[in-house]
Design a protein around this ligand. Structure first.
Ligand SMILES: *[C@@H]1O[C@H](CO)[C@@H](O)[C@H](O)[C@H]1NC(C)=O
Ligand SMILES: *[C@@H]1O[C@H](CO)[C@@H](O)[C@H](O)[C@H]1NC(C)=O
Ligand SMILES: *[C@@H]1O[C@H](CO)[C@@H](O)[C@H](O)[C@H]1NC(C)=O
Ligand SMILES: *[C@@H]1O[C@H](CO)[C@@H](O)[C@H](O)[C@H]1NC(C)=O
Length: 159
């Protein structure tokens, strides 16, 4: 590739990546599965990739990403929303304890743009509240609907 073009691409990548940032990573237990909720910004159309990994005993295991580890591939599934990625790891045991990371990266360009960590210990793991994603989304919608009249009253929204 033309070097000037690569630099231009790199720069565009760096600029637009500003709109994509991991904002939170939380872990909870749902049935026997570990559920990781990774929330991120996505205000650009750059095809950012997401990677979930586990660091245990100073070794990094990729659970979901470009090259997931074979042993985890069959145990995970990902729910993809525009600003929320939910990863399930089935059959969670104390052997899956460690530091979990969710990170955003541009394909083929190493350093990570943004990441968040959550430390997972079996005894400290909370049960997931609500009945999965739908219930959560519904409560946000409800909150939004409830706050609309308030916002209107405060003249924030003029309908
Ligand atoms: C952000 O949205 C664009 C399309 O609008 C998509 O191509 C990209 O994969 C999304 N990023 C993530 C991390 O889901
Ligand atoms: C999530 O969906 C978007 C849009 O359909 C796609 O561009 C992106 O690659 C997907 N991300 C993952 C991690 O599957
Ligand atoms: C993903 O895994 C979880 C727990 O193992 C399960 O409850 C859920 O139905 C799975 N979702 C899909 C789309 O396979
Ligand atoms: C997450 O952990 C990695 C490895 O320990 C570290 O390099 C990174 O800065 C951490 N990220 C945050 C947001 O603390």
């Amino acid at each position: 590739m033309n070097p000037a073009l690569s630099i231009a691409l790199l720069l565009t990548g760096l600029q637009v990546a500003g709109g994509q940032k991991v904002t939170s990573l939380t872990a909870c237990l749902e049935d026997q599965s570990l559920r990781l909720d990774c929330r991120h910004e996505n205000t650009t159309t750059v095809p950012m990739q997401i990677e979930f990994s586990l660091t245990r005993d100073a070794k990094k295991h990729v659970l979901f990403g470009t090259i997931p580890e074979h042993t985890y591939r069959s145990r995970t599934n990902l729910t993809n929303r525009s600003t929320l990625k939910v990863l399930y790891l089935s059959g969670f045991t104390s052997r899956d304890e460690g530091l979990y990371t969710c990170e955003l990266y541009l394909p083929g360009q190493p350093p990570t743009y943004s990441n968040r960590n959550v430390s997972v210990l079996r005894d400290k793991l909370v049960k997931c509240r609500g009945v999965g994603l739908l219930a959560q989304d519904a409560s946000w919608l409800l909150l939004l609907l409830l706050s609309l009249p308030l916002l209107q009253a405060m003249d924030f929204v003029s309908l």
